[in-house]
Design a protein around this ligand. Sequence first.
Ligand code: ADP
Ligand code: ASP
Ligand code: MG
Length: 462
Amino acid sequence: MIVMKFGGTSLGTAERFTHTAAIVKQELERKPVVVVSAVGGMTDLLLLAGEEALQKDLAPTQEEPQYTRTLKKIYQVHEKILTDLHLPIELFLIFYEELSEIYRGIYLLKELTARTKDLTASFGERISARILAACLCRIGINARAIDSWDCGFITSNEFGAARLLSDSPEKIKKIVSSLDFLPVTTGFIGKSREGNITTLGRGGSDLSASLIGAAVQAEVIEIWTDVSGIMTSDPRLVPNAKTLASMSFQEAAELSFFGAKILHPKTIEPAVKSKIPVLVKNSFKPEDPGTLILSENMKTQGLIAVTLKKEVVCVNLYSTGMLEAPGFLSRVFEIFKKHGISIDVVATSEVNISLTLDHPDGLEKAEAELSEFAEVHVEKDRAIICLVGEDLKRTPGIAGKVFKILGDANINIEMISQGASQINLTFVVKSSDGEKAVRALHRKFFEKVDFSEDYEFKESVF
Ligand code: ADP
Ligand code: ASP
Ligand code: MG
């Protein structure tokens, strides 16, 4: 059995659906379990309509509430795909009525809970699974759409960040192996025991694929996207980025955690536990070999990537009492935990701790509590840059080179940290410097420019 996950980038138009179906057809002998995301951009639209429905009632000049326009767009995108595929619009209409009613409810009540957000977002995957299954049937494959919960994908009730329950893998395995059709299931979403639809968090269908892959003990978990694998940097940012042939689980985990959007940060965990290789492939160029992420004895060389994570908040705490006060750090972490804030990077000195946070929700309350025993400075608009690679463990002086490269580019490093894994070097700069910094580092470390003077470029990684 193999898991084939197709992201929104592989499901944006009728043509992409047709290509995706053809890719699946090539692999029938390996018994694929197909996992899909919503049509590209659809989750954003579904969430946007919810936010818009919360806005004030109609102004006298307005003919219809804003959310209904977004809903029309949602309709049109699916209608165009289905018409171009010569598939019946009913595949979409069976969901549309319910979806319209939910938005109307939000509009009337002016209430949008995390639970309702997950519910609205879930329609994207539910619809795209039906469309892909119909495309597969049309080319003679006995495929059927099946919502993840009908495959046993039962989660906690943590809306927006749901976790698979511990007894679910066993159920998934049992159900999936008993199916007499090729399943096209919904990534990103699940259902709780209480019957609520949940989501795993944005970009979560990679994680769904990996969880399902681990449950069914797949031979490989394939992540099909719009680039030919994991690259030395985001190609949208660095056009010269190169595709990596392979990398270790740990490297993949580090780079996805620090901003490489290509994989959801938690994707690797279930694969590591079950020792299942992950293969990242390009649905636009299926002939390209892709990037293979493997567990054991991976001897990748060199630095493998530089990533950028934008819109990060940085919190600096100063307290002269820090050194003498045992438990100071745990007190700080407790406060963030209490307010549901997760911390990405930490750097400490005797009188200062700097932390970066993924999102600022709940920060004001945490700030008030922290101010009781420390001076708190919050800096918004920061970016985390992360260099990843086994070489950070064994090559001295890389940090020095980073300082020089960024100094020459007039970029100030505000915080620096080397993770416990020692394969990442992470630092914080102003958001406005983020892209420039990534390009400068990529040029020096990954492109054959001035390498005699700087880092020894290693061809063997690619
Ligand atoms: P999907 O819809 O298939 O899940 P995503 O948009 O989530 O696709 O992820 C693919 C995108 O990730 C690519 O188009 C690319 O711009 C971006 N990306 C960011 N960092 C990297 C990287 N290091 N290597 C490859 N792609 C990256
Ligand atoms: N459709 C979801 C999102 O846009 C999940 C995913 O694409 O992985 O976040
Ligand atoms: Mg994605």
